[in-house]
Design a protein around this ligand. Structure first.
Ligand code: GAR
Length: 192
């Protein structure tokens, strides 16, 4: 069976990207081929170096106005794209080149607390401000609107009365590390 090649897009720390790469290391069916970031100084580049994963920078302008990213992904024979803390909107040319083959993780229970500008601690602060007793993760296909593609998987965690945004973030990260790699694997098996 042909090895499925994944590109992981990350704008920040990249702890999910690193966790996914670790999960698939040594798996002959799935290869994390590269990390891609739109932030030159993102910590994900340091993680890539430590993990031995090739990593590449493309500017927001290249994403939005050129075919550089699609050309690169095709050249690298990428089958599947994973967004792990990636903050740019995915442009039409990438969506068209990878139909039903791009997934995102969102650090809350969509459809609540999603949309433009809702990332990282902003999400957790909004969940706390709304007085929710639970938060969680949503893994979904990516379409032309932020956080609106078909939901593949959700998992919830409880929020304690004194939790801060960083407490909620830690609980959400625990869920992300446990489930995201497994759901990627499952989604790949369904796809090809
Ligand atoms: C993750 O919690 C992910 O769900 C979130 O950013 C964090 C990235 O952490 N994504 C979004 O908020 C997207 N709207 P990481 O860089 O350590 O993997």
């Amino acid at each position: 069976m042909k090895t499925k090649r994944i590109a992981i897009f990350a704008s920040g720390s990249g702890s999910n990207a690193e966790n996914i790469a670790r999960y698939f290391a040594g798996n002959s069916a799935v290869k994390v081929a590269c990390f891609i970031s739109n932030k030159k100084d993102a910590y994900v580049f340091e993680r890539a170096r430590k993990s031995g994963i090739p990593s590449y920078y493309f500017s927001a302008g290249q994403f939005k106005n050129t075919s550089d990213v699609v050309d690169f992904l095709k050249k690298e024979n990428i089958d599947f794209i994973v967004l792990a803390g990636f903050l740019l909107k995915i442009p039409e040319n990438i969506l068209q080149a990878f139909p039903q083959a791009i997934i995102n993780i969102h650090p809350a229970l969509l459809p609540e607390f999603g949309g433009k500008g809702m990332y990282g601690d902003r999400v957790h602060e909004a969940v706390l401000a709304a007085g929710r007793k639970q938060s969680g993760i949503t893994i979904h296909y990516v379409n032309e609107n932020y956080d609106e593609g078909e939901i593949i998987f959700q998992a919830a965690c409880n929020i304690s009365p004194n939790d801060t945004a960083s407490d909620v973030a830690a609980k959400v990260h625990t869920l992300e590390y446990e489930y995201f790699p497994k759901i990627i694997e499952k989604t790949l098996n369904l796809l090809f």
